[in-house]
Design a protein around this ligand. Structure first.
Ligand SMILES: [Zn+2]
Ligand SMILES: [Zn+2]
Length: 89
């Protein structure tokens, strides 16, 4: 009958992508649409939310990869030299 509702959850009013949830900490109540760099990436892949971004999904599948990505991000802020890659063993 065209009656479509997948859950009782409502999107918070600060959210534009309709994928966010209310966090306990107010400073975490940020929609991915609030971040210009994410927004660019999302437009590039034609996704509405950063959590639908192919790269994001690859990262969140593996907590270890997420951690590695986070640390390499921080490191690259200090050292802008070449990254050594391919030597994981
Ligand atoms: Zn959102
Ligand atoms: Zn989002």
């Amino acid at each position: 009958m065209g009656d479509y509702s997948d859950s009782d959850e409502e999107t918070p009013e600060w959210c534009s992508c309709e994928e966010c949830e209310d966090m306990q900490a107010p400073e975490e109540n940020l929609c991915c649409h609030n971040h210009n760099c994410m927004l660019k990436n999302m437009n590039y892949y034609s996704v509405d939310c950063i959590t639908s971004h192919p790269a994001f999904q690859m990262v969140v599948l593996d907590p270890f990869v997420l951690e590695t990505a986070y640390y390499s991000y921080r490191t690259s802020k200090y050292r802008r030299g070449k990254l050594s890659t391919g030597e994981l063993r």
